[in-house]
Design a protein around this ligand. Structure first.
Ligand SMILES: [Zn+2]
Length: 123
């Protein structure tokens, strides 16, 4: 069941969030959904397959972007470098990068890396 949370956020200056709270959901014994409730109202999610070397990622409309998988950091860096090169992120002014490790449903760990834009876009 999907639960709807309606939290009122009153953020001074609208400077965006400091970090994201990820939720890991078991899809199958070898697949997990990694998602978060974005402050902009979206629910970006990625799928990670157990022991996979491939990253999955989701880039929210507001600019928050997250990658899951063992190569998440390198893949995120490359993704953002390409966007910077083409000027696609000129309006957000760069990203703060965060790394964390989530507990996988099968007992291992899922690395997650995410970037929070300095100037989030409007939803
Ligand atoms: Zn968002």
């Amino acid at each position: 069941m999907e639960h709807q949370h309606h939290h009122e956020h009153h953020e001074a200056g609208g400077a965006g969030v400091a970090r994201l709270e990820f939720i890991v959901r078991e899809v199958s014994p070898t697949e997990a959904l990694v998602r978060y409730d974005c402050p902009c109202g979206c629910k970006p999610s990625t799928e990670y397959v157990r022991d996979s070397a491939e990253s999955d990622h989701e880039h929210c409309c507001c600019g928050n972007v997250h990658f899951v998988g063992p190569n998440a950091r390198a893949d995120l860096d490359q993704y953002l470098a390409e966007r910077r090169a083409t000027g696609e992120d000129d309006d957000v002014g760069g990203y703060d990068i965060h790394e964390e490790t989530l507990a996988a449903p099968w007992g291992g760990q899922i690395p997650v890396v995410y970037g929070l834009p300095h100037r989030p876009r409007k939803h």
